[in-house]
Write a protein that binds this ligand. Structure first.
Ligand SMILES: *[C@@H]1O[C@H](CO)[C@@H](O)[C@H](O)[C@H]1NC(C)=O
Ligand SMILES: *[C@@H]1O[C@H](CO)[C@@H](O)[C@H](O)[C@H]1NC(C)=O
Ligand SMILES: *[C@@H]1O[C@H](CO)[C@@H](O)[C@H](O)[C@H]1NC(C)=O
Ligand SMILES: *[C@@H]1O[C@H](CO)[C@@H](O)[C@H](O)[C@H]1NC(C)=O
Ligand SMILES: *[C@@H]1O[C@H](CO)[C@@H](O)[C@H](O)[C@H]1NC(C)=O
Ligand SMILES: *[C@@H]1O[C@H](CO)[C@@H](O)[C@H](O)[C@H]1NC(C)=O
Ligand SMILES: *[C@@H]1O[C@H](CO)[C@@H](O)[C@H](O)[C@H]1NC(C)=O
Ligand SMILES: *[C@@H]1O[C@H](CO)[C@@H](O)[C@H](O)[C@H]1NC(C)=O
Ligand SMILES: *[C@@H]1O[C@H](CO)[C@@H](O)[C@H](O)[C@H]1NC(C)=O
Length: 662
């Protein structure tokens, strides 16, 4: 559908529809043979060659030979209505030179000859109503019908509407009511429309078999076409009294028309009403139905209600209490739509990495039997999902990947969560959520103690002690560790160095030039991060800075947000960076959009002795993607890159920072 607006405006300025009643008049002399039970008529029946009206209506004529009217050339009005004619000869009218009015209604015609109206340049009115016509030949309405103004094709069996009215030369009144039209076609489209400036075309399509709207109707019915719009034709199809189904197929046209039409209460013919679905019955399609209500039921899976809503750009899947034990493997998804899924009250045991995971806008799995969550599914939901409801399930553990969804988008209450040493990361996850969120979610220890998850620490659960005891108690264990260290040292030399450093504080590192110089470097590290990203900002403040400054050995960090003094901001930042032994760049999705970050990154790149001095933290999935593209790829070449999700993250970070004498 090309932009229909210019055309519609034209449409709106017009409009009170005046239908022409009849243009036929009675002309004398007349040959009247109506109501005579005649079964045939032939050429020799006409005695006066000058008759202007021939009336053969109400007879029993079924066949007319092609030369029947060859002796009466001046007829203006021919009435053949109410006979039994099944077929017309192509040149039946060929002798007429002034025919204005032709009535063949109430016969048994089921087809028309293509060239029947050829040369009828004076024809004003054509009545073919009450026949059995199923189609009209392509060239029936030819380019010579200069005066044709009234066409009655009502009460036939036509199934397709074509742009016939647009082929004529005048304002025209086309009656197509009481047919079986359910669709439109435009294969006449190649012919040039002849209707001129100011033409008013009324097309009565009432009482047909239309039900499903298709956007392609628009052009066929309204004649939307640049040339036509230029010519100011106003074409108003009357689509009332059809059993329209008000579903998603109406959305496009309704959304375009909604605003413009309220201002034009006159466009009566556009007040078509809905028939289906029942709850919208008798509402006017383009006036009373909210855009949100144009929905389609898509094929149902396991009796779920699956509804396409183009206005919300969502497919709603309502599978509440359907006895499901798994999530559906696949779901119908029209172009570009997201899914809003409600699986409340089933017996689903796991949140799987389903095909549509990256298309989920919201997922409600509350009141199920969840025990397992696939971390990969969570990864794929990241950035798209707005709400995940996991309440009232049987979850003991959450995978660490749930970190990719902020806690405020996630509901995990009413699960038997376990306060295990490997779950202490959840405290950060909960604490990083925005303030309005209720953070009172709890977990249970093996001994039955309950804790607020936001308060979990390894000390609270006595985790660290266990490890220390285990390490120191047994030399044998140490030996094993050494053997493992030797083996892994070969495989993962970097990790080994980090572990050696962590446990024995041996730092077998390659010295960086920057550390060997005796510059007066005040700061151990300068943190460059995107302050506009609330999560990065919180993480930096609450996690990174706390850990590095709070725990021994503690580092002196320069955090611009906190430490920047007054003066030229650019100079202060550059100076602080010069005085920092390390520059930690926390790369996040919008890092490069922040101008200070760009600035800092450029300074870092251009500093002398920056070998080992600049290191990167990939904060989120986006930054992992960024790091594989330019310019980041070449910037990160030869640099140490860490990510909070990886093992030994904190140990690696400390290992990279300048050595501290405790
Ligand atoms: C036509 O036929 C009907 C019934 O056969 C008869 O009643 C009527 O009189 C006839 N009309 C003429 C004009 O013959
Ligand atoms: C024409 O009709 C007349 C009577 O109405 C009949 O005598 C004549 O044979 C018919 N001619 C033809 C060619 O059918
Ligand atoms: C033909 O005759 C019928 C019946 O007498 C009449 O109703 C009709 O109006 C006439 N048609 C014309 C065009 O005069
Ligand atoms: C109609 O008449 C023509 C001759 O005038 C004849 O050839 C044709 O078979 C007739 N058709 C019917 C259906 O009677
Ligand atoms: C609409 O549907 C009703 C009931 O099925 C039927 O009676 C009526 O004829 C239909 N109207 C049209 C215009 O198809
Ligand atoms: C009307 O349209 C429906 C489909 O919308 C079709 O099933 C039915 O056969 C049509 N009726 C007629 C009389 O063409
Ligand atoms: C979709 O299905 C629901 C439930 O079966 C029904 O209530 C509703 O009317 C249907 N909507 C449409 C547009 O068919
Ligand atoms: C999940 O669905 C249940 C049942 O429809 C509803 O009560 C609950 O509020 C929904 N969860 C969310 C987050 O909307
Ligand atoms: C935590 O440890 C338990 C066993 O104690 C295990 O079942 C669970 O999968 C672990 N969770 C994570 C996130 O590693």
């Amino acid at each position: 559908m090309r932009n229909p607006l210019p055309f519609l405006i034209v449409l709106l300025v017009e409009h009170s529809i005046h239908r022409v009643v009849s243009l036929c008049a009675l002309y004398y002399p007349q040959f009247d043979a109506s109501i005579q039970n005649r079964t045939s008529i032939n050429k020799s029946d006409f005695h006066d060659a000058n008759v202007l009206t021939v009336n053969l209506s109400y007879n029993l004529i079924s066949n007319l030979s092609s030369d029947t009217f060859s002796s009466v050339m001046f007829v203006k009005s021919l009435d053949l209505s109410h006979n039994w004619i099944t077929e017309l000869s192509g040149n039946l009218l060929s002798s007429f030179t002034r025919l204005e009015c032709l009535q063949i209604s109430n016969n048994r015609l089921n087809q028309l000859p293509e060239s029947f109206l050829e040369n009828q340049v004076f024809l004003k009115q054509l009545d073919l109503s009450h026949n059995n016509l199923v189609s009209i030949p392509d060239n029936f309405f030819n380019g010579n019908l200069y005066l044709l103004r009234v066409v009655d094709l009502s009460f036939n069996n036509l199934v397709t509407y074509q742009r016939w009215p647009l082929l004529l030369w005048n304002s025209v009144d086309f009656d197509l009511s009481y047919n079986k039209i359910s669709t439109t076609a435009s294969y006449l489209g190649k012919r040039i429309f002849t209707n001129p400036y100011g033409s008013e075309i009324t097309v009565n399509l009432q009482f047909n078999n239309f039900s499903q709207w298709d956007d392609s109707f628009y052009e066929d019915l309204f004649g939307e076409d640049e040339i036509i719009a230029d010519k100011h034709i106003s074409l108003t199809p009357d689509l009332r009294n059809n059993n329209w189904t008000c579903d998603c197929n109406f959305y496009n046209i309704a959304s375009v028309l909604h605003n413009s039409f309220y201002q034009s209460p006159k466009a009566d013919t556009l007040k078509a009403k809905c028939y289906n679905p029942p709850h919208l019955r008798d509402k006017r399609v383009l006036y009373d139905v909210a855009l949100n209500e144009f929905v389609c039921n898509l094929t149902s899976d396991q009796n779920c209600l699956i509804q396409d809503n183009p206005y919300m750009n969502l497919v709603y899947v309502d599978c509440r209490s359907r006895g499901l034990t798994t999530m559906p493997r696949s779901l119908p998804l029209p172009n570009g739509r997201k899914l809003s899924l409600n699986f409340y009250g089933n017996s689903i045991r796991s949140l799987d990495n389903v095909e549509y995971a990256d298309k989920i806008d919201s997922l409600n799995l509350s009141n199920n039997a969840l025990q397992y969550i696939d971390g990969n599914a969570l990864r794929r939901m990241n950035n798209v999902i707005k709400e995940l409801d996991l309440r009232k399930n049987s979850l003991k553990y959450l995978p660490k990947e749930i970190n990719v969804l902020p806690f405020e988008k996630t509901h995990v209450e009413d699960n038997p969560l376990s306060c295990d040493c490997n779950m202490t990361w959840m405290a950060d996850w909960v604490n990083l959520a925005l303030g309005y969120r209720d953070k009172s979610v709890q977990c249970t220890e093996v001994n039955g103690d309950r804790h607020l998850i936001k308060e979990l620490t390894e000390r609270l659960l006595n985790c660290t002690n266990d490890i220390l005891i285990a390490v120191s108690v047994s030399l044998g264990v140490l030996l094993v560790i050494i053997i493992i260290v030797v083996i892994t040292a070969k495989r993962c030399p970097y990790e080994t160095k980090v572990i050696l450093f962590k446990i024995f504080r041996i730092h077998p590192r390659d010295k960086y030039v920057v550390d060997s110089n005796d510059h007066d470097m005040d700061n151990d590290a300068y943190i460059s991060y995107d302050i506009n990203d609330i999560h990065v900002q919180q993480w930096t403040k609450e996690v990174l800075v706390r850990k590095l400054e709070g725990n021994k050995p503690s580092f002196k960090l320069f955090v611009p947000e906190r430490n920047l003094g007054s003066g030229s901001e650019a100079d202060l930042r550059a100076e602080a960076m010069e005085k920092s032994k390390r520059i930690i760049i926390i790369l996040s999705a919008h890092y490069s959009k922040n101008q200070w970050c760009q600035f800092e990154c450029n300074v870092a790149e251009s500093m002398s002795e920056n070998q080992g001095r600049v290191l990167y933290i990939l904060y989120d999935n986006m930054s992992v993607k960024l790091s594989k593209k330019e310019p980041w790829q070449s910037r990160m070449n030869d640099r140490r890159i860490l990510s909070p999700d990886e093992r030994l993250f904190w140990s690696k970070l400390r290992y990279e920072l300048p050595l501290k004498s405790k």
